[in-house]
Each structure stands twice: as C-alpha cells, then as structure tokens.
Write a protein that binds this ligand. Structure first.
Ligand SMILES: Cc1cc2nc3c(=O)[nH]c(=O)nc-3n(C[C@H](O)[C@H](O)[C@H](O)COP(=O)(O)OP(=O)(O)OC[C@H]3O[C@@H](n4cnc5c(N)ncnc54)[C@H](O)[C@@H]3O)c2cc1C
Length: 410
C-alpha cells in the first residue's frame, strides 16, 4: 500500500498553482471506492483514493460473494475464496431445518480485509494513488478553498485540502459525503456478527455449507458462513430493537452449540437503504455503494451493489471531471443517476417488495424455498448470477404472479 508520501508529485503540482491536482478523488476504499478508483484510473485519469483506516482493515460483513459480485470484479482479479458454498441449511427460528444441496457452487465466501485490500491493489496497479490513514472531514464546492467553478475542495481532518475536478463518495453507510449530497434513507438495519474460531471437527462439519435462519423479529434473519477454521455468525434486523437483535444472536449461537467458543471479533454495523427519490449527486460529487444507500433491502446484500455502483461512479466521475461548465457536469451526474436507477434501482424496488412479504410471512417463504423446487431453483439462479431478483420477476410470469399475490396479502 502506498504511504502518504506517494502523493507528493500531485501535491507539488497543486502548490505550484498548476490547477487541480486530481481529476477524480475517491473517498473510502471499500469495494465501492476501490471499483470507482479502478474505473477512473484505467481510463488514464489522475485518481486519488483516500481511506481513513490502514489496510487491510476489518469490516463487519458476512463476505458472501454472489454471481453479480464476481461478474463486477476487475479483469484478472483472483477472488480470495475461503470456502465455496454447495449446500444451504434453512431454518425457521431454529425449527424445521432442511438442507438443500447443489453440485455447482452457489456462491463464494471471502474475508473482507483480504478482499478489500486486493481490490485496492488493483486500483493502484491501474494507476490510482492510494493514501491510507487519511480521514476526509468534508467537501466544499463553493467558498475560499475552491479556486474555480470546476474544482471541489476535499478537506482532510488535519486541515490539508486536496483539489479535484470530481469527487466520488464511497465512505460507507455513515459517510460524510452522503450527508453532503443529502442522501435520504427509508430503511436502516442493525447487523451483529461474531467471528468464531472453531476446532477442525466443527469446521469440517460446516465446510461448503451455510445456514440461513429466518429470525423472530419481522424481516430479521441469521447466518453461519464458514471460512475454514472460523465461522462468521451474524444476524440482522430493523434498527431500534438493539436488545432483541443481540438476544437473537446469543440464542442463535447457543442453539448451534457454538456458545463454548470465544469469538475472535464481535462487532455491529448499520446498513441503510436509500429512498427512491434520494439524490445520487450534488454538483461535481457522486455517491455510490453504502454511502448512497445502495443495498438489496431484503437480503441486505451490498457487495455487488458497491462494486457495480462504484464502477459506474468512477466512469461518470471521469466525464464530470471533463465537463467545462456546471450545466455539462449536471448532465453527466444525471446520466449517472439514470444508470443507477435503471439497474440497481429496479433491483431494490423488487427487494423492497420481497422484504414486505418476508416480514409478514417468513413461514411461507421457508416452506417455498425448502419444499418447492422452482423457489430453490430461483435461489440458486440468483446466487450464481444467472439472473437477479428483478430479472426473475421480469422474465418469469410465475414469479411475477406469486409476488403480486403475496404483495396483496402482505
Ligand atoms: C452484518 C453485515 C453483514 C453483511 N454481509 C454481507 C454479505 O455477506 N454479502 C454482501 O454482499 N454484503 C454484505 N453486507 C453489506 C456490505 O458489507 C456492504 O454493503 C459493503 O461493505 C458496502 O461497501 P462500500 O464500499 O460501499 O462501503 P464500506 O465497505 O463500508 O467501505 C467504506 C470505506 O470508507 C472508509 N471511510 C469512511 N469514512 C471515511 C472518511 N471520512 N474518510 C476516508 N475514508 C472513510 C471506511 O474506513 C471504509 O473503508 C453486510 C453488512 C453487514 C452490516
């Protein structure tokens, strides 16, 4: 990883009054930021990626990599898979467990520190300059720190200012850049997770198999994702029921017979989904990934949303960087918003409908996926990336009709 000193060439250019040092500055080096930096850098632009943590850094996440995530990785990127999932055990709050298996891999499991650092390395290889241990305090698009109308000032916590023609905010679910853009949310959930090291005998029992448990609170669920000698065990539920969510995780771990093993890491993180009318840009600043509230509302799958929106943000940020006036910059920002809404926006709309059904009728969903072959096939098609939830509803009249009926009942 580059140290802060690597940016000296660009800083010198800035001090010499040679205009904005960077075409694109990306804030946050998760999958969204690394993808944005990669996309902007491969097109030959000067790109700076700023990350407040030192990498590799821990991120509360199951690390489930479904087909659309695999399809959105930079060319040649080797996924650091810790396990390949061929079987899923479904249970309904600990009851009615049933395991379904598949000869073909359903999805992969990664450790986020390793995966995220690998993506940042790809962006760096493509030409992006990476500065870690640097916290962005705010961005300014007007005022004394901004030398001209084509620049954005990115102000760091130590007071240093970096200038850019375009900024991509990829600073996660509680990000500063999302606040600057005015991202509006209509769903906030709390995810709790424990990384539990287990003996070989326990690890062998889980190898290649995950568990998904439909939980006791509306819209909640839990999971066990095995990664060799460590099991990632987590639960997610609507925010505002912190004590109940914590109890669910404790009960879940106890029920699985894992309470005797000391977690190496226990952590929590909020996930946030944007409202339909939430902005995706302001002036020369775009937001993507969790910072934009782009997340699948039902499963809270966010890595593919981060990778896909990050790539688009990087590509459109390059066009904003080239825009000669505010009107042109606005046109490019609107094009970015259109691309997001036409793809991920449609997926989120179907996810919201699925969540509404799941909140009311978790038992029905459990019965369908464990006892009705087309539902299991749909699950496998989605996790492998053969289709998406939205694609399924669009192309399969049975899926569309089933969702319509369930919608009405819910
Ligand atoms: C419990 C839980 C389990 C999950 N499991 C899965 C799963 O199995 N599969 C899946 O697809 N998704 C999962 N998700 C969702 C997924 O983790 C996120 O959607 C994904 O991490 C979003 O990536 P991102 O790049 O947008 O943000 P992040 O990964 O959060 O990255 C943001 C980065 O910005 C940096 N940053 C923040 N503020 C600043 C600042 N001011 N200056 C500089 N840098 C800053 C942070 O340090 C961080 O590195 C899960 C989420 C939770 C909470």
């Amino acid at each position: 990883m580059s140290s802060e000193n690597d940016a000296t060439g660009a800083e010198a250019a800035q001090e010499l009054g040679e205009g904005p040092a960077w075409d694109v500055v990306v804030v946050g080096a998760g999958p969204a930021g690394a993808s944005a930096a990669y996309a902007a850098a491969v097109s030959g632009r000067r790109v700076l990626l700023l990350e407040k943590a030192e990498l590799p850094r821990y991120k509360t996440c199951g690390g489930g990599i479904i087909g659309p995530s695999r399809d959105s990785l930079p060319p040649g990127f080797e996924l650091p898979l810790r396990d390949k999932v061929h079987a899923v055990t479904f249970s309904l709050n600990g009851r009615l467990a049933r395991t379904r298996r598949s000869k073909r891999m359903l999805f992969g499991l990664i450790n986020r520190p390793e995966f995220d650092a690998g993506l940042v390395e790809q962006a760096e290889k493509a030409g992006a300059v990476v500065r870690t241990g640097v916290t962005v305090s705010r961005v300014e698009q007007h005022g004394p720190a901004v030398p001209d109308r084509r620049s954005v000032a990115v102000v760091l916590s130590d007071g240093e200012t970096v200038l850019a023609r375009a900024v991509v905010g990829a600073d996660g679910s509680a990000g500063r850049i999302g606040a600057h853009v005015g991202v509006k949310l209509d769903q906030v959930d709390l995810g709790l997770e424990a990384e539990i090291p287990v003996p070989d005998t326990v690890a062998e029992d889980w190898a290649g198999r995950v568990l998904i448990d439909w939980g006791p609170m509306p819209g909640s669920y839990g999971w066990v994702f095995p990664k060799g000698r460590t099991l990632t065990v987590g639960v997610i539920s609507a925010r505002g029921e912190g004590a109940a969510t914590k109890r669910y995780l404790e009960d879940f771990i106890a029920r699985l017979g894992l309470a005797g093993f000391e977690p190496a890491i226990s952590s929590g993180h909020l996930t946030r989904c944007r409202s339909d009318d939430s902005p995706l840009s302001r002036g020369r600043v775009l937001v993507c990934g969790d910072a934009a509230g782009l997340l699948e509302p039902w499963t809270r799958e966010g890595i593919s949303f981060a990778l896909r929106s990050g790539r688009l943000a990087g590509e459109w940020a390059v066009r904003i960087a080239e825009a000669h006036d505010a009107v042109d910059a606005r046109r490019q920002a609107l094009n970015y918003a259109f691309a997001i809404k036409a793809g991920l926006g449609v997926e989120m709309a179907v996810g919201r409908r699925m969540l509404a059904v799941f909140e009311r009728r978790p038992g029905l969903l459990h019965a369908a996926i464990t006892g009705f072959r087309p539902a299991w096939t749909a699950f496998t098609d989605i996790t492998r990336g053969a289709t998406t939830l939205a694609g399924l509803v669009r192309t399969h009249s049975l899926a569309r009709r089933a969702l319509d009926v369930l919608d009405k009942r819910a």
